[in-house]
Design a binder for this molecule. Structure first.
Ligand SMILES: NC(=O)c1ccc[n+]([C@@H]2O[C@H](COP(=O)([O-])OP(=O)(O)OC[C@H]3O[C@@H](n4cnc5c(N)ncnc54)[C@H](O)[C@@H]3O)[C@@H](O)[C@H]2O)c1
Length: 369
């Protein structure tokens, strides 16, 4: 059995989705087998070129043509944030499943409309929360649930990159208010997906946002005022009552893809960093006092679904492989199986937390989610 795939947008994430659609069958071996049917980009030239490169049968510069194509059964939405709601809702209303990049939408009401459209359609939806697919993160969840570090007392999440660290970096869509708040919905949603996966969610937040550079050079040679906040510091109260901290920075020189997680429990600590995504650190207080210390555990075939990619331990998966796993989870959900994806219903909870953080910053107080 095959499933017809449509891809809207072919930038960083578009290519990542295309790689996943091409690889999911060879890696996992089960169905339905993706048939790459239709691709949409802004210009006919780019659409044509990308369709050739990615292996899609048809291309268009009008994404609505792709949505109207009866051969398309599932749509990847990988365009800038401002387009997610319109494209995802149109696809759902046309009876397609949707795999949409994060953040879900820019405004909360748009996210609510997306969740309502998903419910009304009965179709499967998945958001691009790829980090929850890492076999390391899955194993960390197992350890926490099994009590390997006792009762969890406190959690810390940091997400830092430096692509906006240079004050002279060109103004682009991520500095426009139409993309959202900035670090909160560009970055914050990822740690929040981990919080949701590992601990269930967030009850209250207290946030402060900051904007390191007031303006940036624009393509027309002038300067343009920055409209988004590149830095966020947030206190969290999780839904299970535990306390946490989330720190985000898109202008942190030297940090390339850091998502640092620390989970402190009554019997030990777990530490993880996405920049070293094939390992995690475990400290257990029950070790002999003379040998206490963090030990590094490398991923191996025992950490499913690592074994689907590589039979040897310690060889390592990469970012694009997380997307292949996410794609496979989406296909499992389409087959009617229980799958590890963040659909639009659970995605709405993440959006709720993001907007509560922005409100907390505006009003200078704790806000319930
Ligand atoms: N899951 C992740 O880890 C992750 C990482 C990076 C980006 N993202 C998300 O992916 C989305 C895209 O980001 P990106 O970095 O790939 O951006 P990008 O700028 O590299 O790519 C966006 C693509 O969409 C195309 N596009 C824009 N408007 C279009 C339209 N109307 N019709 C068809 N194509 C259109 C652009 O031409 C471009 O090729 C964003 O929402 C971003 O937040 C997710």
């Amino acid at each position: 059995m095959t499933i017809g795939v449509g891809l809207i947008g072919t930038g960083y994430m578009g290519k990542c989705h295309a790689l996943a659609w091409n690889a999911v069958k060879p890696v996992f071996g089960d169905g339905p087998e993706p048939a790459l049917v239709h691709l949409a980009e802004v210009s006919p030239e780019l659409a044509h070129r990308r369709a050739d490169e990615f292996g899609f049968e048809k291309w268009t510069s009008d994404w609505r043509e792709l949505i109207a194509d009866p051969a398309v059964e599932v749509v990847s939405v990988t365009t800038p944030n401002a387009f997610h709601a319109e494209m995802a809702i149109a696809a759902l209303e046309a009876g397609k499943h949707v795999w949409c990049e994060k953040p879900m939408a820019v405004g909360f009401s748009e996210a609510e409309r997306m969740a309502a459209a998903a419910r009304a359609s009965g179709k499967v939806t998945a958001l691009g929360y790829n980090y929850i697919q890492n076999p390391v993160i899955r194993h960390i969840k197992r350890l926490i649930d099994e009590g390997a570090i006792g009762t969890v007392n406190h959690v810390r999440f940091e997400m830092d990159e430096d692509f906006m660290a240079d004050p002279e970096a060109l103004f682009y869509w991520k500095s426009e208010a139409s993309s959202g708040y900035g670090a909160l919905d560009d970055f914050g949603v990822h740690p929040l997906s981990l919080v949701q996966f590992l601990f269930g969610g967030v009850r209250r937040v207290m946030a402060q946002l900051s904007m390191p550079y007031a303006d940036r050079p624009s393509r027309d040679g002038g300067r343009r005022a920055v409209e988004t906040w590149d830095i966020a510091s947030v206190l969290l109260e999780l839904s299970n009552g535990e306390t946490g901290v989330m720190a985000l920075d898109r202008s942190a020189w030297g940090r390339k893809g850091r998502i640092a997680v620390q989970v402190f429990g009554s019997k030990g600590t777990i530490a993880y960093d996405q920049e070293r995504m094939n390992e995690f650190q475990l400290y257990t207080a029950s070790d002999h006092a003379a040998e206490q210390g963090f030990r590094t555990i490398l991923t191996a075939p025992v950490h499913a679904p690592y074994e689907r990619f590589i039979p040897a331990p310690g060889h390592g998966l990469g970012f694009n492989e997380l997307k292949i796993i996410e794609c496979h989870e989406l296909l499992r959900a389409i087959r009617g199986e229980a799958a590890q994806i963040v659909g639009f219903d659970r995605g709405l909870e993440i959006e709720r937390a993001v907007h509560a953080m922005a409100q907390s910053h505006r009003e200078g107080r704790w806000v319930s989610v």
